[in-house]
Design a protein around this ligand. Structure first.
Ligand code: FE2
Length: 200
C-alpha cells in the first residue's frame, strides 16, 4: 500500500508540474526585490547621511513593490482559495498581516536612521540590517507556503483557464508605468520559457 501511495503522490506531483503556476514566476521577481535591497543595505556606508537617505528611498521603492504584490493576492487569489479552503485563506491573510506589520517597523527604523546623529547612525544601521534580513527570511517562508500549499490547493479546485483568468485580472489592475517596472523585474529574474509565456 505504501508503494502505491508513493506512486500516486509522484503522479500527482508530475501532474501538478504541468499545471499553470501563478506564483513561482512573480515570486522570482519578489525575491530579486528583496535580495537587491538586502545587498544595498549590506554595502551602504551609514556614516554618510546621503547614503542613508538613498537606502531609505530604496526601502520605500522595495516596500511599494511588495505591497502591490500582496494586494494582488489579497484581491484576486485569496478570495478564490477561501471558497474551498477557508483555513488556508485565513492563514495566508494572517501571514500578510504579519508581514505588513514588519514592513511598518522597517520603515520606522529606516526613518530613524535618516534623522539620527552621525554618532547614533551605526546603531540604527546595525538594527536595520538585522531586521531586514529577518524580514527576508519571513518573506521566503511565506512565498514557499504560497507555492507549496496555496498553489496545490488551487489546482484541486481551479482549471488552468481559470488560473490564467486570475493572472489576467491581476495584470489588468496594474497601471502602465508600474507594468514597465514589473516587466523589467521579470526580465531580470525569469527563465526563457517563462518569458515566452509572459510574451516578453
Ligand atoms: Fe503573499
Amino acid at each position: 500500500l505504501k508503494g502505491i501511495t508513493k506512486q500516486t503522490t509522484m503522479i500527482n506531483q508530475t501532474e501538478n508540474e504541468m499545471r499553470v503556476d501563478i506564483a513561482v514566476t512573480i515570486h522570482k521577481a519578489i525575491r530579486k526585490v528583496l535580495f537587491d535591497h538586502a545587498m544595498l543595505l549590506a554595502r551602504t556606508d551609514f556614516r554618510s547621511v546621503e547614503a542613508t537617505r538613498e537606502a531609505h528611498a530604496n526601502l520605500s521603492r522595495t516596500l511599494l513593490s511588495l505591497r502591490e504584490h500582496a494586494q494582488h493576492e489579497d484581491a484576486v487569489v485569496f478570495p478564490e482559495i477561501a471558497e474551498a479552503h477557508p483555513p488556508l485563506a485565513a492563514e495566508a491573510i494572517r501571514q500578510h498581516d504579519e508581514l505588513e506589520k514588519e514592513m511598518d517597523k522597517l520603515e520606522r527604523l529606516s526613518s530613524l536612521a535618516v534623522i539620527a546623529t552621525p554618532f547614533e547612525r551605526p546603531t540604527f544601521a546595525k538594527r536595520l540590517r538585522a531586521a531586514f534580513n529577518d524580514f527576508v527570511a519571513a518573506q521566503l517562508t511565506h512565498m514557499s507556503f504560497e507555492e507549496e500549499t496555496i498553489m496545490p490547493a488551487l489546482w484541486e479546485t481551479h482549471t488552468d483557464e481559470q488560473l490564467r483568468d486570475m493572472q489576467g485580472r491581476i495584470r489588468a489592475a496594474i497601471p502602465p508605468e508600474r507594468g514597465q517596472h514589473w516587466l523589467a523585474l521579470l526580465m531580470a529574474s525569469a527563465d526563457a520559457a517563462e518569458l515566452a509565456a509572459i510574451g516578453g
